[in-house]
Design a protein around this ligand. Structure first.
Ligand SMILES: [Zn+2]
Length: 275
């Protein structure tokens, strides 16, 4: 199996999808979860991916969680060509970082509720194979997304404030959300010598993903927004905001912690649902 560094190095060559924790981040989460799966869960993953289809409905040849981890981004990128609103809001929940209220979740289409629903489909052996195959791909992807702070908490700007990041090629196009999805994530993955951890035994109540999301929202406040110059709970931030080197270096530990949490929790969820 490839190391995380090799995997990240390979995947960073892929183009960055807009507003999505990039493919290297999702692959890193899946790479942490894979060796922690029980033999039963591994066997079911193999069976569910045996006839996997790509974004065009063609056989994908993909057999590993690391390879399918970005499929929901791939099908969205395809769908928005004909419907710009396709899957909008499915990978996030815009919970306000300074309030106890939850963000909207129209028709159950938001990150925590979709994980809960798709995990139930995954566990249900009476469901068609294709439905369980797609449920697996949604769960693997969305557990990663949920742990990205800006996918679970936003301020009055909605993550959209423009930022300038030292060394980034196209600062005119970079939002705070995109900075965390792309360049800050890549910086955190580079050179990460992760120590493998044993599988976690977690209390997995059915609403566990909502608790993970609220923990991530708290991190969005403390690690993403509060360090920004001029941040206050009541104010919209004015663009552009310069993210200095201290901000970038502080993000490394946050991102690595979140990828690790996501990987351990993904393994626990799959082991529990694929017994
Ligand atoms: Zn996503």
């Amino acid at each position: 199996m490839r190391t995380l560094r090799q995997l990240a190095g390979l995947l960073i060559l892929l183009p960055l999808p807009a507003l999505a924790w990039n493919a290297a981040g999702h692959a890193a989460v899946a790479a942490i979860a894979t060796p922690l799966l029980t033999p039963q869960a591994s066997a079911q993953v193999r069976a569910l991916l045996a006839g996997d289809l790509d974004r065009h409905g063609q056989p994908s040849g993909r057999t590993q969680l690391t390879e399918i981890a970005s499929w929901p981004d791939e099908i969205r990128d395809e769908a928005v060509k004909t419907d710009p609103a396709a899957f909008r809001g499915w990978h996030v929940r815009a919970n306000p970082v300074c309030a106890d209220t939850l963000g909207a979740c129209p028709d159950g289409h938001c990150v925590d509720q979709l994980i809960i629903r798709q995990a139930a489909i995954l566990a249900d052996r009476t469901q068609p194979l294709r439905a369980r195959n797609e449920a697996l791909k949604w769960v693997v992807h969305l557990v990663g997304d949920l742990h990205m702070p800006l996918h679970s908490g936003v301020n009055a700007n909605g993550g959209g404030v423009r930022v300038e990041l030292a060394g980034y090629r196209r600062p005119e196009r970079l939002s705070l959300h995109e900075a965390w999805d792309g360049p800050l994530l890549e910086h955190a993955l580079a050179g990460w010598e992760r120590q493998p951890r044993p599988a976690a035994r977690l209390p997995l109540t059915p609403d566990a993903p909502t608790h993970w999301m609220l923990e991530t929202r708290a991190l969005a406040l403390s690690a993403v927004y509060q360090p920004l110059p001029g941040f206050s709970c009541d104010a919209r931030l004015a663009s552009p905001i310069r993210l200095d080197e201290a901000y970038r270096e502080a993000s490394v530990a946050v991102i690595r912690q979140q990828i690790e949490r996501a990987g351990l929790r993904l393994a626990a969820l799959l082991n529990e649902r694929l017994r």
